[in-house]
Design a protein around this ligand. Structure first.
Ligand code: GDP
Ligand code: MG
Length: 821
């Protein structure tokens, strides 16, 4: 626990002092060191400072300071028999052997995208975070806690960053995490085959004065490429221990943990704090600004003043904001401006570039002494593959072919298991209907739950196949090439090449796609991408397409499917173009996108990814879809009686008693009347009434009230559209999807001017497909847009825009279609 959490008059023992520089020094001078006993005397009202007693004198600390001191209650301290701790302690105890709570090491994994952080994290923690081969997979912090070697480790997997400037959301994220959470150890994961670029981030971590251990990852590739690297020498140079790892195989991770413990316990000899030498002029400037900043104690207790000085000289907005709360900010600003001016005149460059160059010079220098690449000019395997896949002429057709294969397989291969599941659900329906007595409950189970949820479950195989492809593309590194290939086209529509990955991810599910926009540097680009992602047809919509397409189109089904997706993409581009010309003007950012080396995706990774989505889908069926089904069923089942019910019943009675009919005639008459009664009831049910209210709005699109209701029911999740249709079209007892299709095909208007005509004409079916493609992104997406854009404005915009557009597009399709068909 933190010292600030100690209770009134509680006695605690210090286990760890976090923080930096002068704060650490000052606080240890006052006696706050490991193993000392402290008593909380009181805390001042209104979150004022705390008062403590230590070494028999009283002292007051602010909460922010007390937060940096970790303690445990004194009674949890076990005194060892033969303690031989050599530090100055009151209790004469060996801290290393204390109760578990004293031994927590917080570790942050920091490194470039694709350096293998998540793989390392997964291996070490035994969890299965998604591992992907392109920038922007990890957009949130993942935490894993586990115990080993007598320590509890809290591992945090941070998003990949190339640097700690405040360009992208991820960089700000990582920086904030380090400021606020003050991890004990930072594991800097390096891609050993790309040291020059990877070390750039390391230099910034060094500036931040953190305790670092380097995981020299991809060591297998370094060996394979026969690169010569004297890691001992570089480690010494940087004052950071280097541990070679192959995290995809778990090699070296044990040593890494050992090294972390060594550094944590202060036993590591190599560890020391170095200053990267930026050259005389810059160092002068840094020192002057640092002295000014140092007067702000509360900040510099947590963040190294040298880092702040360097950042403010780089004109970093965030650090400026951070310092702006302090009384001498004006002074800091003044001397910073002066220093920036000076160095910019000397070097004739922008101050940020000067510092970046200085860092790279440092790295180049350090590598020159320690690193050699004997086969510099040979083409790597990846480059050879790239020669074909991103070829000037071949690239695009290959890309299209891959997309086609993806959708074609989804449709055709998926059809087989779909039939089996369908069969299983029908059998289950039959079975349940056989054993349950007739009545409301049976109707709920058979017509509501089994049919409704079953009609969604049927599409599980299609979704699995689609995700199989997406995870193969991600894992192999092709996804980044796709972005590369698409950049030219994307650019024409005012989009960034980077937008392409979130867009493709959107085919799986829009929500993670919106999160993935975090890797984009420019806010305008980000929001623009978020707004067009809903046009990427997610897997929830796929079942509806498949149902409608296979019910109404006999030929070229895969082409229709691709067509729908293509329409979505076209709308996305048009939207981008419009927004670009109006709301987001001039937001150019250069295309800096790393092309990671191609890798054979591991089976484990791909299978896990698929399983993860499957789980997600099944969970959705069990929760939100089930609830939706029950609500729709209830609205449909009640009220049981209408004005005409008595009428129908007496008519049926009359037929039964009528001597003019033979037995068969009676049967068909009764069946006919029953059907009429049922449809009359349905129209007067609650859902029928809702449908009637919105029908006028939907009528111009060729939708009847049942279709309208299905669309409304699909607002929370689009899968519900299908289950609602399953309930509404009364697919009863031993029938399911295949019959839902034939039911749709024979659905007639029962009233109004179109009486006796088919509901689903080809134009109406097409309009329905288009409407589902475009209208209201599901609730999850709206929430994601709100969170990620930081305002309801964009979420509301997205809802109104998509729904309005859906109506117009469906209207055009239906009416133009009617002219021709
Ligand atoms: P992150 O972006 O830093 O989280 O990187 P990931 O953990 O997603 O890894 C990127 C890719 O590198 C994945 O395809 C991993 O399978 C692969 N990878 C990770 N570590 C190693 C390694 O030590 N050797 C090799 N050859 N590949 C690795
Ligand atoms: Mg990752």
């Amino acid at each position: 626990m933190k010292l600030s959490e100690a209770k009134h008059s509680e006695k605690v023992v210090i286990t760890k002092v976090l923080g930096h520089g002068s704060f650490r020094k000052r606080i240890s001078e006052m006696g706050f060191i490991k193993g000392k006993e402290v008593t909380m005397i009181k805390n001042a009202p209104f979150n004022g400072p705390f008062e403590f007693k230590i070494l028999d004198y009283n002292i007051s600390l602010r909460e922010s300071e007390a937060n940096l001191i970790e303690v445990i209650p004194v009674k949890e301290f076990i005194k060892p028999e033969n303690g031989n701790y050599e530090g100055v302690t009151d209790l004469k105890i060996d801290l290393v052997n204390q109760s578990e709570r004293t031994k927590i090491i917080n570790i942050a994994l920091v490194g470039n995208p694709n350096s293998g952080k998540t793989t390392l994290f997964n291996y070490i923690s035994g969890s299965k975070e998604k591992v992907g081969n392109y920038a922007g997979v990890t957009v949130d912090i993942k935490k894993a806690t586990f115990k080993t070697k007598g320590y509890t480790f809290n591992f945090y997997d941070l998003p990949g960053t190339y640097s700690l400037t405040a360009y992208s959301k991820e960089e700000i994220f990582v920086r904030k995490f380090i400021y606020e959470q003050t991890p004990d150890i930072v594991i800097n994961v390096l891609d050993a085959t790309n040291l020059e670029r990877n070390l750039f981030l390391t230099t910034q971590l060094i500036d931040m004065d953190l305790r670092i251990v380097v995981a020299l990852n991809m060591y297998d590739e370094l060996k394979r490429k026969k690169l010569q690297f004297n890691k001992k020498e570089l480690a010494k140079l940087l004052g950071i221990p280097f541990i070679p790892t192959i995290s995809s195989k778990g090699i070296g991770l044990e040593k890494l943990i050992d090294k972390v413990i060594d550094v944590f316990e202060g036993k590591e000899k190599i560890s020391r704090h170095i200053h990267i030498n930026y050259g005389k002029d810059l160092e002068n400037a840094i020192e002057i600004v640092r002295q000014k900043i140092k007067e702000n104690k509360p900040i510099t207790d947590k963040i190294s003043s040298r880092f702040l000085a360097i950042k403010i000289l780089e004109k970093d907005q965030q650090v400026n904001d951070l310092l702006s709360h302090y009384s001498n900010y004006d002074e800091i600003q003044k001397s910073t401006k002066k220093e920036i001016n000076k160095i910019e005149i000397i070097e004739n460059e922008d101050s940020e570039t000067i510092i970046t160059n200085a860092k790279y010079s440092f790295i180049t220098g350090a590598l020159k002494e320690t690193f050699k690449n004997p086969n510099q000019d040979k083409k790597t395997r990846s480059e050879k593959i790239d020669n074909i896949l991103t070829h000037k002429y071949l690239g695009f057709p290959l890309f299209t072919a891959i997309l086609f294969l993806m959708f074609y397989t989804t449709f055709t291969l998926g059809a087989y298991p779909m039939k089996w599941i369908d069969f299983g659900i029908a059998a289950l329906g039959n079975f349940v209907s056989g054993i349950m007595p007739a009545g409301m409950l049976k109707d709920l189970f058979v017509n509501g739950i089994i049919n409704g949820a079953g009609s969604v479950l049927v599409f599980l195989p299609n979704i699995l196949i689609l995700f199989l492809f997406i995870s193969l593309l991600e894992g192999s590194g092709y996804m980044a090439r796709a972005a590369f290939i698409m950049d030219k086209i994307m650019h024409r529509f005012g989009l960034h090449g980077r937008s392409f990955i979130p867009m493709i991810m959107g085919f799986g599910c829009n929500v993670p796609a919106i999160l993935a926009t975090r890797s984009m540097r420019n806010r305008g680009d980000r929001i623009l991408t978020m707004l067009i992602i809903p046009f990427m047809s997610c897997s929830a919509r796929l079942p509806v397409y498949i149902l409608i397409i296979s019910a109404f189109f006999d030929k070229y089904q895969a082409l229709y499917l691709i067509g729908i997706y293509a329409v979505g993409i076209v709308f996305a581009f048009i939207t981008a173009q419009i927004l670009n010309k109006t709301i987001f003007k001039n937001k150019e950012t250069p295309f800096v996108m790393e092309l990671p080396t191609y890798r054979l995706p591991t089976l484990r990774n791909v299978l896990y990814h698929m399983w993860d989505k499957t789980q997600h889908y099944i969970k959705k069926i069990g929760t939100i879809i089930l609830i939706g089904v029950v609500i729709v069923w209830t609205l449909e089942y009640f009220p049981r009686e209408t004005k005409k019910t008595k009428d129908f019943q007496s008519k049926i009675e009359n037929v039964r008693l009528d001597p003019n009919f033979n037995i068969d005639g009676k049967k068909s008459q009764v069946k006919n009347l029953n059907q009429q009664q049922e449809s009359d009831r349905l129209m007067n049910s609650y859902i029928g009434r809702i449908g009637k209210i919105i029908e006028p709005v939907m009528r111009p699109l060729g939708f009847d009230w049942k279709m309208s209701i299905a669309l409304i029911a699909g607002l929370p999740a689009k899968e519900i559209i299908i289950s609602t249709m399953g309930v509404l079209y009364q697919v009863s007892d031993n029938e399911t999807t295949v019959n839902l299709q034939s039911k749709l095909r024979s659905e007639m208007y029962e009233k109004g001017d179109k009486i006796g005509q088919k509901v689903f004409t080809t134009p109406a079916a097409l309009a329905f497909l288009i409407f589902i493609l475009i209208y209201f992104p599901c609730i999850g997406v709206v929430a994601a847009i709100k969170n990620e854009s930081g305002s309801w404005k964009w979420a509301a915009f997205s809802v109104l825009y998509t729904t309005g557009l859906a109506w117009i597009a469906a209207f055009l399709v239906y009416n133009i279609g009617n002219l021709f068909i």
